[in-house]
Ligand binder design. Structure first.
Ligand SMILES: C[S@@+](CC[C@H](N)C(=O)[O-])C[C@H]1O[C@@H](n2cnc3c(N)ncnc32)[C@H](O)[C@@H]1O
Length: 214
């Protein structure tokens, strides 16, 4: 393993704003960290945590948590939050498959899924973060009407999410196959992640769908 990556992995779990599902009491530690009894907005598959840090800086009275299984990526967002004094932004190292074991029912207000791996093959469809098995987990932790937002450059993944919403009569708030062709984007919609910037450089169009399942 590259030395730089190993140094980040060694440090990340020592940071005061980083939690891990390794610890049985992760939920309690997270709740104690925020110490305000408010709900959470999650960024799933957060990588460097660009949504988490941008949202936490904009909405200082709300709680934001970036979730990823790769600690070395989380390190970047966690260090940035500490350096800029963002106490309302934290990070959780876990497989998203375990999310309902960490967050209590009704504790999550909104979910952002930012540029997840698209898993284009049918055989790996179950790994898509908007596959029904993940939506079921999200429904356990979301407040009623809690929004799920997916941002992606991938047509197959976007259409898969759109079809799922239609087939299941979920509530659709917004869907666009070309976000930046539109005017009047909200602050949230305009945040650009590391992967998003790369996709834009390659001339790809960005898609967004926002919906609720409960
Ligand atoms: C393509 S990257 C996007 C990173 C970031 N959201 C961005 O837009 O720059 C996808 C991220 O999702 C994480 N990821 C994918 N599946 C996951 C899972 N089941 N549990 C936890 N993290 C996952 C990966 O580790 C990776 O960091």
């Amino acid at each position: 393993m590259a030395r730089k990556k190993q140094l980040k992995l060694d440090e990340v779990k020592t940071l005061p704003n980083v939690f891990s599902s390794d610890k049985e009491n992760a939920a309690q530690l997270i709740s104690e960290y925020f110490n305000n009894g408010k709900g959470y907005t999650l960024e799933l598959g957060c990588g460097n945590g660009d949504y988490t840090t941008a949202l936490a800086a904009e909405y200082r009275d709300k709680n934001f948590i970036g979730v990823d299984r790769k600690g070395n990526r989380i390190w970047t967002g966690a260090k940035k939050s500490l350096e800029t004094g963002l106490k309302n932004g934290a990070f959780l190292i876990t497989a998203i498959e375990a999310i309902d074991r960490i967050f209590p029912a009704g504790s999550v207000e909104e979910i952002w899924i930012t540029f997840p791996d698209p898993y284009p093959r049918r055989s790996s469809m179950h790994k898509r973060l908007v596959h029904p098995r993940f939506l079921e987990l999200y429904s356990k932790i979301l407040v009623p009407g809690g929004k799920i937002n997916l941002k992606t450059d991938d047509d197959t993944l976007y259409n898969y999410a759109v079809d799922g919403v239609e087939e299941n009569n979920y509530t659709l708030y917004r869907s666009t196959a070309d976000l930046y062709s539109e005017t009047g984007l909200t602050f949230e919609e305009s945040i650009q992640t590391k992967y998003e910037k790369n996709h834009l450089k390659e001339g790809k169009t960005i898609k967004l769908i926002s919906f609720s399942i409960n």
